[in-house]
Design a protein around this ligand. Sequence first.
Ligand SMILES: [Zn+2]
Length: 175
Amino acid sequence: MSKTVLIDEEIQYRIKCASTAFRRLRHCTFNEKGLTISTTTSIVAMIIRAQLRWASHICRMQDSRLPKQLFFSQLSAGQRKRYKDTPKANMKKCGINTDAWEELDSDRTTWKAICNQGIRDYEQNHLHNETEKHHKWKEHLGAPPPDSNYTCDICGCICRSRIGLLSHLRTHFLQ
Ligand SMILES: [Zn+2]
């Protein structure tokens, strides 16, 4: 590949396509099929594990290899994110020290153990937090509405907020 070839636009386009596809996937796989919090947490943990393993594989490559260059490079315009930012963000989530990881990477056994422990902790914490959030949300749904200023004139339904009433009203006009 010549150095003057610009593939920024192509990459931006692909990022856009991938994010649309992921949104669709999340909707039909996670939201519609009624997956439980623990299943989705395990899936996320599995993805992080695969991603960190892959990042460590890339780090051990020679600097001249294209995947490694891509991993540490940055687009010249548009999104300033680099590939390595995503594994780094996931390492933070798992409580793994992001400063030391590039050196630690050469010691595969230690790195693997740190990753596994981090991901286990993440899985536990995430499951705990999400379950709590879910319970709070359920409680919120069951609680009586704070006031009835937001009553629908058409069907008498009581909404929790002005925004809620507005979006509820839209359902009448869409029919
Ligand atoms: Zn109504």
